[in-house]
Design a protein around this ligand. Structure first.
Ligand code: G6P
Length: 462
């Protein structure tokens, strides 16, 4: 399964790995490969590179695969006890660190750092230590290790102690909180997170803004950056893959089905997200409702195609948000719908081919996160859209730094402004839309995932 101990020249570490398993009815294990930037990035260096991906077993099927010794070459899954993983992933990573970096807490009720938080933090340490120990075991002398994201902030420091010979990098796919907000964390925890990351030789961020926020936090809580170097590297859409995949037969089939749901001759406002608070889906729906109120000329002529795929459903706050999205979509359909027109087409079952079908049909893409490290949907829709779509984009998405000039910019909290932006996008002259769409697609694909990955690696080895 894994490479032999001490042999890996390049190691990637992340919570979610490239493959997951499910136990079928007959007891056999079925594997499923995930997509995403890291997967295509890693494939750029090829199997002969001796690369190893260390990740966590997330499902019962994954744990069973580890127990049975089933696995893929180049992947090592860690069977961390389910309760430890739940505390680290649900409790600390997705309820605390995700909320801090996306500035999602709502005072006066949140956050409360109590004894339960301290207990979960101990699990987060255990979980990070399991990664550090596995990496230390697997890495060849002087190997390069690329640690990913907020789940694993303590790994660089722990690994540095175990294996001072390694070249260690950490990359954040999220925003980084400004110091005034980061200061909310208990002082010792804030310091531990920063010092953990500063165990790396190099730290990567998606935009200058997140890198500067991290530097400011280090100055305030950790006495500066020390010897660690910081680098900004955006991540773009994978143009070749998307263009090819979006013209396969299953996507065509789903386009036909979607066209039926939308109805003949109507414009589309498309959004595709994991259902998660930072994505701001509820305010997107409120803005759409405002559009139908303010601009009745669009009634019957536009459909909001919203795909909101459940995410992190072990946590009540994410479940409640999913329910609120569904409730509001229904309310809009009841209030404005007519026998031949359903104003919102909402789908919650994850289906990649259908997402691509919606991208192809998009006249307008709505991407309005409260904060987002990058947001790849903003980059993918212009590449795939058949007619070149207009993009309504939050100024708080990392992607705005690269796409802002040709997008229509919104403040994600301002639903009146967002409604006006949707109107402007729907009303754009076709030749303007095509022109802007082309420029958006070019900007969106300037940094392919393979380049992103190789750059990290070169910088680390350099
Ligand atoms: C963000 C994070 C990733 C994470 C992804 C999906 O993009 O930066 O690390 O994998 O969300 O979230 P999930 O909790 O399902 O892994």
């Amino acid at each position: 399964m894994a490479s032999s101990f001490g042999a890996a020249q390049v190691l990637v570490a992340s919570n979610r790995g490239p493959v997951s398993y499910a136990v079928a009815d007959d007891g056999s294990l079925r594997s499923r490969r995930g997509g995403g930037g890291l997967v295509s990035g890693l494939s750029a260096i090829g199997p002969e590179s001796g690369a190893l991906w260390v990740c966590s077993a997330l499902s019962d099927g994954d744990r069973e695969a580890v127990r049975r010794g089933v696995g893929e070459d180049g992947v090592r899954m860690l069977d961390i006890p389910a309760d430890v993983h739940a505390d680290a992933y649900n409790g600390i990573a997705n309820s605390v660190l995700w909320f801090v970096h996306h500035m999602l807490y709502q005072t006066p009720l949140e956050p409360v750092f109590d004894a339960e938080f301290r207990r979960q933090w101990a699990s987060y340490e255990t979980y990070n230590r399991a990664f550090a120990e596995a990496l230390a075991e697997e890495a060849a002398e002087g190997a390069a290790v690329l640690v990913q994201d907020y789940h694993l902030t303590l790994v660089p420091g722990m690994l540095r102690e175990l294996r001072p010979d390694l070249r260690i990098g950490h990359f954040s796919h999220t925003p980084w909180a400004p110091p005034e907000y980061f200061a909310m964390l208990p002082d010792d925890i804030a310091r531990q997170v920063l010092r953990g990351m500063l165990g790396a030789d190099r730290l990567g961020f998606l935009t200058r803004r997140w890198a500067d926020a991290f530097t400011a936090c280090c100055e305030r809580f950790a006495g500066g950056l020390g010897d660690t170097r910081i680098r900004v590297h955006g991540l773009g859409a994978d143009a070749d893959f998307l263009r090819a995949r979006s013209h396969e037969a299953d996507v065509d089939e789903r386009m036909a089905a979607l066209r039926e749901e939308i109805g003949e001759g109507r414009r589309t406002i498309v959004r595709v997200d994991r259902t998660e608070l930072s994505k701001n889906i509820v305010r997107g729906l409120l803005a759409y409702r405002q559009l139908l109120d303010d601009r009745p000329e669009w009634r019957e002529r536009v459909v909001h195609v919203a795909f909101a795929y459940p995410s992190r459903q072990d946590l009540a706050v994410y479940r409640d948000y999913t329910a609120e999205v569904q409730r509001l979509a229904e309310e809009i359909n009841e209030r404005y719908g007519t026998p031949g027109w359903r104003p919102v087409v909402l789908h919650v079952k994850d289906d990649f081919a259908r997402s691509l079908a919606a991208y192809r049909l998009a006249d307008v893409a709505l991407v309005n996160p409260i904060r987002d490290g990058m947001n790849l949907v903003a980059k993918e829709v212009p590449v795939v859209s058949d007619a070149g779509c207009a993009l309504v984009l939050s100024r708080e998405a990392g992607a705005h730094e690269e796409l802002g000039e040709d997008a229509i910019t919104v403040n994600p909290y301002d639903v009146v402004q967002t409604a006006e932006a949707l109107h402007e996008a729907l009303s754009m002259r076709p030749e303007d839309r095509t022109e802007r769409g082309k420029r958006l697609a070019a900007a969106a694909t300037a940094l392919p995932p393979a380049r992103w990955f190789l750059d990290q690696l070169e910088a680390l080895r350099g």
